[in-house]
Design a protein around this ligand. Structure first.
Ligand code: HPA
Length: 270
């Protein structure tokens, strides 16, 4: 893996991706942050050596380098999911690349279902902790100890300082920002009523199909990490309606201006 990482990094440096400070992973329907960035360079995933290639059509699949709030940022427009057939190592490979290029902080967004029924669709949730239900670990491979501590500490996977900044910003800007536990599942099927009941019982406030592997690897690499979910649907097992993926995407887009404000203000204050 080290050889691949070096090759990918050298390619991106040759394309001008030099000394990024902050990495950002944009989830479903959250792509508009791109419009706020002074883009200096961009490359499609399928041109980057050793990168997995994008498959889900609503993901544009680009790596972007630019300036946001006077900071050098590297942005993943579209991420890789286990449900697309990628391994957990593939899904998290870009995080390793962003670290190698120089980022000190990783910010992540995603779309999630609300398990905590005090949380409503269209609102945002700051991830305070997580539960990995994807069946394996992105660190479960031979040689992982050459890239970081194998037995990675997960006592505070989401940076407390960044989270407190997020909460202050939300308060000042009058944005509802819940705080809770995010459970990651493989998908791509949505959950059954029994699964939603289980998720509630084990302490999840939201459920989604991403983020956790990226955060595990960020911790493996000693990056400061934080993540915010847009709640796109309410997972009430006693009154479960068939899910409409277009509604999920539309709900994610509706919450986008708030998400953009949070991210921009945070980056200004990092
Ligand atoms: N379950 C899993 N992933 C999701 C959901 C959900 O209800 N909503 C958005 N992503």
């Amino acid at each position: 893996m080290i050889k691949y990482i070096t090759e990918t990094t050298e390619y991106l440096i040759s394309k001008g991706f030099k000394n990024p400070e902050i990495g950002i992973i944009l989830g479903t329907g959250l792509g508009q942050l791109i419009d706020e960035i002074n883009i200096l360079h961009e490359v499609s995933y399928n041109h980057i050596p050793n990168f997995p290639t994008a498959t889900v059509e609503f993901h544009k699949g680009k790596l972007i380098f630019g300036i946001l709030e006077n900071k050098k940022v590297i942005v993943m427009q579209g991420r890789f999911h286990v449900y697309e057939g990628y391994s957990l190592q593939d899904v998290t490979y870009p995080v390793r690349i962003m670290k190698k290029l120089g980022i000190h902080t990783l910010l992540v967004s995603n779309a999630a279902g609300a398990i905590n029924l005090n949380f409503k669709k269209g609102q945002l949730m700051l991830i305070e902790d997580h539960i990995n239900l994807q069946g394996s670990s992105p660190l479960a491979f031979k040689g992982v100890e050459h890239l970081g501590e194998r037995f990675t500490d997960m006592s505070a996977p989401y940076n407390l300082d960044i989270n407190s900044k997020f909460k202050t910003i939300a308060k000042n800007k009058n944005i509802t920002l819940h705080e809770g536990v995010y459970a990651s599942v493989v998908g791509p099927q949505l959950e059954t009523r029994a699964e939603y009941r289980m998720l509630k019982t084990i302490g999840a406030d939201a459920v989604g199909m991403s983020t956790v592997p990226e955060i595990i690897v960020a911790n493996h690499l000693n990056l400061k990490a934080a993540a915010v979910s847009v709640l796109t649907d309410e997972c009430d097992p006693t009154n479960l309606k068939p899910i409409d993926i277009n509604e999920i995407i539309a709900m994610a887009e509706k919450a986008e201006p708030h998400m953009i404000t949070l991210f921009k203000e945070l980056i200004k204050n990092l």
